[in-house]
Design a protein around this ligand. Structure first.
Ligand code: SF4
Length: 373
C-alpha cells in the first residue's frame, strides 16, 4: 500500500488540497464524539441490533434496515467488507472497508446471466455529504468492487438516515466507466507527495487535522474575515479591490452556505425531537410554533357560483391567479387531442403568442455568474 492515510474517505480532500497528507503526518488522529457514535451505529447495523440505542438512534438504524430490505432481502447483504484497489502490476494503491455490499445476478436481453453490485455507504452525520454522482469515496469503493467481483455494473448509494428524503443519493457505474480510475488514484497520490501544495476551502479543510498548524488555512480564514470587513466599504473599492472582494466573497458564500446547511440540519433535529417529546423546550431553548397550512382554492367556478350575487365576475377574476406552467401543460394536452400541433414545444409557443396581450411580463433582470461556471 502506498500510504495507510491515503484511504477512500481522504481521496476528495487530496484532490482539493494535495498537501493535506503531508501536513497531517505525525498529527495523532482524534475521534470526535460524533465519529465514535457513527462507528457504534455502523456496528449496530452490521449486527442487526438496536439494543441500548436512544429512540432517535433507533430510528436511524431502522431506516437503514428499511432501505436494505427495500433493495434486497436482509440475508444477502455483506457488511464491513475490506477491499482494495491495485494497479496493473497488482501493487496495492489503497484499501478501505465498504459498509454494505451485495452481488446479484440478472438476465440480460440475450438471456445470459450477468452479475451486478450494489454498494451502500452509510453516513450518520447531520451535514449533507457530496452527492453520489460526484463522490470520490464512492467511486473508489466502486473500483474496488470491480476489481474484487466479476460484476458488470455497480450501483452506489449514499444514505444519510438523519436527513430524511434529502439523505439518499445514488449513481451507477459500468466497469468501463472506471477502467482508468486506479491510474488516476495513483496520480492523485503522486501529487500529494510532490512538494506541499496547499489549497484551502470549506470542503477539504472541514475535517482536516492540520487546521491548527496549517498556514494556508490561516490565510484563508483571514481572507474570509477581511472580505466580510470590506462589505461595508464596497463603494470605495478600486477595480482591483472589487476583483479581490468578489473572489473572497465567493469563498465567504461557500462558507456561509455550508454553515447555513449545518444550522438547518440542527434545527430539523430539534424540531423532530420536540415533536416526539424527546426533549423539552427548556432543554434546548426553542419551542414548537404551529404554522397554519396554506389554503388553496380547489374549484374557482364553484366559489364563484356561491358568491356571484355579491361579487361581479370582473372583480372576482382579479382574485384568480393562473399558473402559466399548468396552463401550458393543459393547453398542450388538449391541443394534442385535437391534433392541432406536431409537438408540445409548438403548442406552448402558440399559446404564448395567443395570450401575450394578457400577460404581465416583468423586465429581464441581471445576475452575476462566475466566469468559470
Ligand atoms: S487545513 Fe485545509 S489547506 Fe491546510 S492542509 Fe488541511 S485541507 Fe489543506
Amino acid at each position: 500500500m502506498l500510504n495507510k492515510d491515503f484511504r477512500p474517505s481522504k481521496v476528495e480532500q487530496c484532490v482539493l488540497c494535495p498537501g493535506c497528507l503531508k501536513m497531517c503526518e505525525g498529527i495523532p488522529r482524534t475521534e470526535s464524539e460524533y465519529a465514535k457514535e457513527g462507528t457504534m451505529l455502523h456496528d449496530k447495523v452490521a449486527k442487526h441490533d438496536i439494543s441500548g440505542l436512544s429512540s432517535e438512534q433507533m430510528i436511524c438504524v431502522e431506516r437503514c434496515f428499511e432501505l436494505m430490505s427495500r433493495l434486497a432481502p436482509d440475508d444477502v447483504w455483506q457488511h464491513e467488507i475490506k477491499m482494495n484497489v491495485v494497479d496493473d502490476e497488482k501493487v496495492e494503491i489503497l484499501e478501505g472497508t465498504a459498509d454494505l455490499i451485495l452481488i446479484n445476478e440478472t438476465e440480460n436481453d440475450n438471456f445470459e446471466l450477468i452479475s451486478n453490485g450494489i454498494l451502500i455507504d452509510l453516513k450518520f452525520g447531520r451535514g449533507a455529504v457530496t452527492p453520489a454522482s460526484e463522490n470520490w469515496q464512492l467511486k473508489t469503493y466502486a473500483t474496488m468492487m470491480f476489481q474484487k467481483y466479476p460484476i458488470s455494473t455497480c450501483r452506489c448509494i449514499i444514505f444519510q438516515p438523519r436527513l430524511g428524503n434529502a439523505g439518499f443519493s445514488e449513481t451507477t457505474y459500468s466497469r468501463e466507466d472506471l477502467t482508468d480510475f486506479p491510474l488516476l488514484l495513483k496520480n492523485i497520490y503522486a501529487e500529494t507527495q510532490s512538494g506541499i501544495q496547499l489549497h484551502a476551502g470549506q470542503k477539504q479543510c472541514k475535517f482536516c487535522d492540520a487546521k491548527p498548524t496549517c498556514p494556508e488555512y490561516a490565510v484563508w480564514t483571514k481572507g474570509i474575515s477581511s472580505a466580510v470587513a470590506k462589505i461595508e466599504h464596497t463603494h470605495e473599492l478600486s477595480i482591483e479591490g472589487l476583483h479581490d472582494a468578489l473572489v473572497q466573497t465567493s469563498q465567504v458564500k461557500d462558507f456561509i452556505k455550508q454553515l447555513t446547511a449545518q444550522v438547518a440540519s440542527i434545527e430539523n433535529v430539534a424540531r423532530e425531537r420536540l415533536i416526539k417529546n424527546e426533549v423539552t423546550p427548556e432543554q434546548i431553548g426553542y419551542q414548537l410554533k404551529t404554522r397554519k397550512g396554506a389554503r388553496k382554492c380547489a374549484d374557482a367556478q364553484g366559489v364563484f357560483n356561491l358568491l356571484h350575487n355579491v361579487i361581479p365576475i370582473e372583480a372576482f377574476m382579479s382574485c384568480v391567479d393562473i399558473s402559466i406552467p399548468d396552463l401550458e401543460t393543459l393547453y398542450a394536452k388538449e391541443a394534442k387531442g385535437k391534433g392541432l400541433f406536431k409537438s408540445q414545444k409548438e403548442a406552448v409557443k402558440a399559446l404564448a403568442d395567443t395570450i401575450a396581450p394578457f400577460i404581465n411580463q416583468k423586465p429581464d433582470g441581471f445576475m452575476l455568474k462566475k466566469l468559470t461556471d
